[in-house]
Ligand binder design. Structure first.
Ligand SMILES: C[S@@+](CC[C@H](N)C(=O)[O-])C[C@H]1O[C@@H](n2cnc3c(N)ncnc32)[C@H](O)[C@@H]1O
Length: 288
């Protein structure tokens, strides 16, 4: 996997850390941990953005260069938090491509059961060491699993850390599918096909016409950077294909939303004016 794809994990955590400077009624996500587990240079950057005028300038600049990108990180986490909180019947949580995400720490319900965080080895080591520095220890229920989805098998790696496909599981695949080769997508969804009936999945995907350069959704610069130059966004889906795609692996859609719909729930009440990203969508599904 290109190193740049791994680095995106820290960028997400930086966005969440900056959100913590907003007063609670304007903040898109509460997360006191994200800012403590990012690399030092990023901590300095986040600290500087404690100056409201500088933060506003930076967010407006982001909105101009990549319209809608700012809000996707916190709002999709809010959505995932809500779905995980509702799914009280599940035995385990598996966060695939977890990066520096703090889901395991944000929700008291999650803290009770086993949580498996899967990512490529460099990010697993980064997370382990940053959590150790921030907390002094890794909570017992949190298990780290190093796997490169593009090159390695997933089921046996998880099993060697105590995961069993008998566990009714909440799977999270947040901002990951676009980085995978077809082999990686196959590995992840072949594994998900063996999940226990009643398991749940939230995943995000980028539209196929964007990845193929046929539509830009106001974000041609993003296409030029992530698809053409860095070559890290590889995979996309057409929204109308998602139901059939999931059906092949034994999953059915419960909800399939765009960021406009998430913004109505999570951005509008804050009174903040942020654009919505149309090139990515989020799916909540159930294993049949
Ligand atoms: C944009 S980050 C998202 C991180 C996290 N899910 C979140 O939303 O906060 C993408 C994550 O996918 C992981 N990833 C990308 N390709 C991968 C692969 N082939 N195998 C395992 N993880 C991969 C990266 O290492 C990174 O942590």
């Amino acid at each position: 996997m290109p190193k740049k794809a791994a680095d995106t994990a820290a960028s997400v955590a930086v966005n969440i850390a900056i959100e913590q400077h907003f007063p609670r009624d304007e903040r898109l996500l509460d997360d006191g941990l994200a800012g403590r587990i990012i690399p030092l240079g990023m901590k300095v950057f986040v600290w500087l953005l404690g100056f409201a005028w500088l933060r506003e300038w930076m967010i407006q600049w982001t909105e101009k260069c990549w319209p809608g990108v700012w809000a996707i990180f916190p709002v999709r986490k809010r959505y995932i938090d809500a779905k995980v909180t509702e799914a009280t019947h599940l035995d385990a949580l598996v966060n695939l491509g977890a990066g520096l995400d703090t889901l395991a720490f944000r929700l008291p319900a999650v803290a009770k059961g086993p949580v498996f965080e899967v990512d490529q080895p460099g990010n697993i080591e980064l997370k382990r060491s940053k959590l150790n520095q921030a907390l002094g220890e890794i909570p017992e229920q949190l298990r780290f699993v190093s796997v490169d989805f593009d090159a390695q098998e997933l089921g046996s790696a998880l099993a060697s850390h105590g995961y069993s496909s008998d566990m009714k599981t909440f799977f999270v695949l947040e901002a990951v599918t676009q980085y995978l080769t077809m082999a990686g997508i196959q590995t992840v969804f072949d594994f998900l096909a063996k999940a226990q009936s009643g398991s749940r999945l939230v995943f995000t995907y980028v539209r196929k016409d964007f990845v193929e350069g046929r539509a830009f959704y106001d974000n041609e610069d993003l296409y030029k950077t992530l698809v053409l130059k860095d070559k890290v966004w590889l995979f996309g889906l057409n929204p109308e294909e998602v139901a059939d795609f999931l059906d092949e692996y034994g999953w059915r859609i419960l909800e399939h939303l765009g960021y406009d719909e998430l913004a109505d729930v999570y951005v509008k009440p804050t009174g903040r004016q942020l654009k919505s990203l149309a090139l990515e969508r989020i799916v909540y599904a159930e294993k049949l």
